[in-house]
Design a protein around this ligand. Sequence first.
Ligand SMILES: [Zn+2]
Length: 163
Amino acid sequence: MTECPGCRLKFPDQHLDPPERTNASGECFSLYSDLMCYTVAKQDPEFIHQHVVDTYAAQHAGGPARTITVAFGLIGLYLALEKGYTGRQVQLAHVKIARKRKVWPRLEPPRQQAVLTVIDVLQAGTDGEKDTMIREWMAAVWDSWGDRQEWVRATTDELLTFF
Ligand SMILES: [Zn+2]
């Protein structure tokens, strides 16, 4: 078995190389790629794919993860869960924020990992159940970052307000 250094998912070892810019096992990252195939193929106007990218990034902080990737993941979760943004709206907000701010602090992963991981979404049966599970996964990962939520809210609101 391998254990993912990000989400702690245990999965049979397939001897996959870990990704270069994500704190994940190769096996976990492969599952993430499978899920991305599903969300990209949907071509839904809300662009749920963005939520998957953000949730996975926020759950795989630390190690080789880029500071901006983790911060943007958390910003995306905040805007989606607390401000009701669609994935498409989050994507536009990311573009605006990226123009405003170039340097991001390193956010260390929370001590307590979220109870849901990418595999819980993949194991959901129907497309509707998968989409529901994506929302639950988002909320679980956002909750795990409780200590950083105030910083994320304040930083995001400031950057979007004074644009
Ligand atoms: Zn993982």
